[in-house]
Design a protein around this ligand. Sequence first.
Ligand SMILES: CC(C)(COP(=O)(O)OP(=O)(O)OC[C@H]1O[C@@H](n2cnc3c(N)ncnc32)[C@H](O)[C@@H]1OP(=O)(O)O)[C@@H](O)C(=O)NCCC(=O)NCCS
Length: 171
Amino acid sequence: MEIRDAGPEDIDGITAIYNDAVLHTTAIWNDQTVDAANRRAWLADRQKLGYPVLVAVDAHQSVLGYASFGDWRAFDGYRHTVEHSVYVRNDQRGRGLGLALMQILIGRAREIGKHVMVAGIEANNAGSIGLHEKLGFEHVGHMKEVGMKFGAWLDLAFMQLRLDARETPEA
Ligand SMILES: CC(C)(COP(=O)(O)OP(=O)(O)OC[C@H]1O[C@@H](n2cnc3c(N)ncnc32)[C@H](O)[C@@H]1OP(=O)(O)O)[C@@H](O)C(=O)NCCC(=O)NCCS
């Protein structure tokens, strides 16, 4: 297994993992699957902003999982805060890939001077909450019934990780 920056050759693998999460999980609160062009545009947008899209691949370069972050909110004052996503292919979970992807992703956020990472997690997603607890994220909020999928209301748990000890932001 190798973790590296994603390229065009990874789009089909990323798209398949994303669509599996749309169809079968409450990790993504979308109902519609996407095509490769959609994920290609997403990858280009992230890379244009200088933000990483990491993939975990096997020896055949098959995508086993991916992780990325983007701006948390689109106002100037939030520019030191990012929100991330992490997905591991359904037959590869529980083998340490999510943890490995996140550890590298957190390092990348630190390298570019981000101060806080935010995770918005469906409140019953024990796997993701356990992963983020293990990474040192703290529980900071719980919003009730702000989403819906598969005919049920969904609660959103917020967790955050402070990436550095800066007492004030630089200009
Ligand atoms: C959540 C997800 C990314 C975790 O990745 P993973 O590769 O399965 O997790 P790892 O094997 O790296 O586990 C790392 C740690 O996370 C925690 N964890 C993982 N799965 C867990 C589970 N089902 N229940 C509780 N804790 C869990 C554990 O602390 C684990 O450490 P341990 O193995 O030493 O106990 C993965 O399960 C996934 O892609 N799920 C579907 C999509 C999703 O929910 N994405 C997150 C959206 S916010």
